[in-house]
Write a protein that binds this ligand. Structure first.
Ligand code: NAD
Ligand code: ZN
Length: 355
């Protein structure tokens, strides 16, 4: 098990590895004792698989209430948000209460949003259970979706801790391994060529050894944490974490949230950003996606015009312009405003390489 500290305005620790749940007993008894009430808000699917295991690590806490929310992306809704608020109010939670978010990135996002708004903000701990959540659990961005755009309603609210036990990853379906590894390779693209080459050499992601996976997750978290430390509220470098995301968010919105995984959409978005940037690793990346089963071919389903309409509303865009994180060289991302005609040409060029 390893640990790193995120030096945000309120610093917190990320405990990662097999057995990371032990950190509760070792380091957080005081935090729990100080809370008048504690809720585990859990993805229903994750709860069915792992709630007992989580509870066993919290046997010193006697005030646990459990609320299950719909599995995955469906929970990032106003409905789930309000249900959680009602649950906390009905159970007499107060400003001194603590919430534990147990599930993947979707759960972390909605539960973080609940915690950041309940009585103007209470403490919460992230207990991520997906590979993708190595990214989402760190950094304090919370959100729910709106029909007009993904993550459009949310806050910045850093967790009190992140307890990332890789034991939970053993039940992840291949599709979710693929989804999460897209954010891992994103962290490599924006930070380190040698790491990128190592990842591009993996032609069957589910066959990665546990050790190899853990090392990749630690590296990803380190990249994320360093960026968050430099720019907690996304006025500068934090934007680079959105490499691949402008197009990805539009694809997710057009296909219907939850139909394609976030990471699959991000993989397509990164391929597109590499095409726009003229990055030399695009052919290798496309090959990697192909071997690993990323559904690149779905770009055939979307007209560029519709995608562009959504991309102009992206939080990273303004004034009806298209803004992207580009990358001519690995590790050196930058922001660029792209003319719509040029953006469409690149989309067609990518299509012809995939088709
Ligand atoms: P998810 O939370 O939707 O989980 C994916 C699926 O895996 C769900 O069906 C869930 O029930 C299941 N699952 C979770 N853990 C499991 C386990 N251990 N075993 C078996 N099944 C399990 O998806 P995700 O990929 O973890 O997160 C995606 C979300 O994260 C998106 O909404 C995205 O916008 C968000 N995100 C947020 C940030 C951020 O900084 N806040 C960063 C990246 C992504
Ligand atoms: Zn993402």
């Amino acid at each position: 098990m390893t640990m790193l500290t995120v030096e945000a305005a309120n610093p917190y620790k990320v405990h990662i590895g097999h057995g990371a749940l032990n950190a509760f007993d070792e380091s957080y008894r005081e935090l729990f004792a100080g809370a008048d009430k504690i809720a585990i808000i859990a993805d229903a699917q994750v709860a069915a698989l792992h709630l007992d295991h989580l509870k066993a690590s919290l046997d010193f806490a006697d005030k646990l209430a459990v609320k299950e929310i719909p599995a995955g992306e469906q929970s990032k809704s106003m409905e789930t948000f309000m249900e959680c608020q009602s649950f906390l109010l009905e159970n007499d939670f107060s400003r001194k209460s603590l919430v534990l978010a147990f599930g993947g990135g979707a759960t972390g996002d909605v539960v973080g949003f609940v915690a950041s708004t309940f009585m103007r903000g209470i403490s919460y701990i992230q207990i991520p259970t997906t590979i993708l959540a190595h990214d989402s659990a760190v950094g304090g961005k919370t959100a729910i979706n709106h029909a007009l755009g993904k993550n459009m309603i949310g806050t910045f609210h850093q967790p009190a801790a992140v307890i990332y036990d890789t034991y939970f990853l053993e039940t992840l379906p291949d599709k979710e391994i693929r989804s999460g590894m897209a954010e891992v390779i994103k962290h490599a693209f924006i930070s380190n060529e040698n790491w990128l080459l190592e990842l591009l050499a993996v032609k069957n992601l589910p066959e990665m050894s546990k050790e190899q996976l853990a090392v990749n997750l630690e590296r990803g978290i380190a990249v994320k944490a360093a960026i968050v430390e430099e720019d907690e509220f996304e006025s500068g470098v934090r934007k680079f974490l959105n490499f691949g995301h402008t197009l990805a968010h539009a694809i997710e919105a057009l296909s219907g949230y939850g139909k394609i995984t976030h990471g699959e959409a991000v993989a397509i978005g990164m391929a597109y950003a590499l095409e726009l940037s003229g990055h030399k690793k695009l052919p290798e990346f496309l090959e990697w996606c192909l071997f690993n089963g990323y559904p690149l071919e779905i770009i055939e389903n979307f007209s560029f015009e519709k995608l562009a309409g959504i991309m102009k509303k992206d939080k990273k865009s303004s004034g009806g312009l298209l803004n992207f994180v580009l990358l001519k060289e690995t590790g050196r991302p930058f922001m660029a405003t792209i003319d719509e005609k040029e953006a469409e040409k690149a989309y067609d060029a990518l299509r012809s390489k995939i088709g």
